[in-house]
Design a protein around this ligand. Sequence first.
Ligand SMILES: [Zn+2]
Ligand SMILES: [Zn+2]
Length: 207
Amino acid sequence: MMAHVWIREQVGGEWAVGSLGDAAVSLCSSGRTDTGRPAGGAAGELTLALAENQGEGEPVATLIPVADGWAVIARAAGDGLRLNGWPLAVGLRVLRDKDELVVAGHSPVFYSDEALPLVEPYPGDDDPRCPRCRLAIHKGDSAKGDGAKGDGAKGDSAKGDGAVRCGCGIWYHQTDEYPCFDYGESCLTCGRSTSLGSGFSWSPEEL
Ligand SMILES: [Zn+2]
Ligand SMILES: [Zn+2]
């Protein structure tokens, strides 16, 4: 999983994760809370939703992928889009982890670039060194053998390495024999947690 945004759900007001893939998405105002729907946030607040297409609400901001992450563009002129409390009337701003976006009258939205570590077949041909064990990481299927879909290679005995990419971009082995990623508590390069399956370490509820 890549970058994501935290948005309050329209019903119940719980924080929900909206994944950001590789295409631009709009933050759309999904309607007033005073039209008979249960109020999500505080009284009178509007709620936002991610939409890949127009027509799913009024777009108030657009999130676009940029070289190394995501950026935001204000859509509704004069609608008071604020980034960490500062007005963003025009132009494009690159988002940073835990940035807060507020559209006037709406619950805040938080951007996070925290990625959940995922065990997957190493995709490259470049045989990089694993920072934990210093051995090469080979392209291939995951250790559990559940990655062998398509390409008609079912009978192929080639067994490559299951691996995990840390949020900093560095890959580690993660197999029964070489559980390098979660062998230590943190990444040797960036210090991020290496626990698998523990969910996001940060959410807006901490604020
Ligand atoms: Zn290793
Ligand atoms: Zn790292």
